[in-house]
Design a protein around this ligand. Structure first.
Ligand code: MEV
Length: 320
């Protein structure tokens, strides 16, 4: 047996994080940062996992309780291997090498992309072609172990690629009109999605009557944002990003570091900017005319962030 490599993209939520957990729509796109998983044969009953970006290598049993908790960085890889082999009723061992260009724990869907690429590479290594929805469900299982009670948006976008309006597991493909640069600003502060989702849940339970209309408004932003995105009306889409950011702040998930990057981008001429992902650290996304993207990236760096200019990609999970 030779080896098989699969890759899957990271994601950027344009609007609707957190409210999506409450069954409201969110708008997200796949971005051209990818996680790669390469699978090779290994000793029966064992998985050798190597994650280049964490500089980690570990050998784990495949016969253990499938919900076994390992180091959090390696959890999506391990759980995805176990669940895929279980579904395929395969007892052979595998070596899985992960190489990801998606910054981890920063809101860009790195754990989901790693899980999706792993499921695809492991199944194809044994000659099984899983359908996209099967890859997404298997990856969702590992997302639940990593993040608690996620909505499933990250694994969905990573599997299908492109733009997606996501609501309660239902997906509507969004037409992306040409090249739209997304400027990402990373605060370099790691954060924990499960923790941020729990924080919002606590506030929601405390102030339900106040939080419900905020979440509903964010859901409405996503429906409107889909229309502006499809019409390539980036200026209005940017305004919606700004409104969404204010509402996210009211949910308690923004931070001073995120706000600094948001304001740096806006002051440099972005149409709009907001945190993306769970908040509490991680990244912002800014929308701007292409000719000033580089300048916005520089201003983000001056404000203490690490900037990336990314593009939306239509390419979901695939074999390399
Ligand atoms: C995580 O990328 C976005 C959140 O809405 C959580 C989720 O949807 O699972 C904060």
């Amino acid at each position: 047996m030779g080896e098989v490599t699969a890759s899957a993209p990271g994601k950027c939520i344009l609007t609707g994080e957190h409210s999506v957990v409450y069954g409201l729509p969110a708008l997200a796109v796949a971005i051209d940062m990818r996680a790669k998983a390469t699978v090779k044969p290994y000793e029966k009953g064992k998985a050798l996992i190597q994650a280049k970006q964490f500089n980690k290598k570990i050998c784990l049993p495949l016969t253990a309780d499938r919900n076994i908790i390992v180091e959090s960085d390696l959890q999506p890889i391990y759980t995805s291997i176990i669940n895929t082999l279980k579904l395929l009723r395969i007892k052979d061992g595998v070596e899985v090498l992960i190489d990801s260009s998606i910054p981890d724990a920063s809101g860009l869907g790195s754990s989901a992309a790693v899980a999706v690429a792993t499921v695809k590479a492991v199944s194809e290594f044994f000659g099984i072609h899983l359908k996209e929805n099967e890859i997404s469900s298997l990856s969702f299982e590992s997302e639940k172990i990593v993040h608690g009670s996620p909505s499933g948006i990250d694994n969905t976008v990573s599997v299908y690629g492109g733009g997606i309006l996501f609501r309660k597991g239902r997906i509507i493909k969004v037409k992306i009109p040409g090249n739209i640069p997304l400027i990402i600003g990373d605060t370099l502060k790691k954060r924990n999605t499960g923790g941020m989702v729990s924080r919002v849940r606590e506030n929601y339970l405390k102030y339900t009557g106040i939080f419900k209309p905020i979440l509903t408004a964010i859901g409405r932003i996503s429906l409107q944002a889909k229309k502006f995105l499809e019409a390539a009306d980036l200026s209005k889409l940017g305004e919606l990003l700004n409104i969404n950011q204010a509402l996210l702040e009211s949910l308690g998930v923004s931070t001073i570091e995120l706000e600094k990057l948001v304001y740096a981008a806006r002051e440099a001429g972005a149409y709009g900017a907001k945190l993306t992902g769970a908040g509490g650290g991680g990244c912002i996304v800014a929308l701007a005319p292409s000719d000033i993207s580089q300048n916005i990236a520089s201003k983000i760096s001056e404000a203490g962030g690490r900037a990336y200019i990314t593009q939306i990609t239509d390419i979901g999970v695939r074999i390399e």
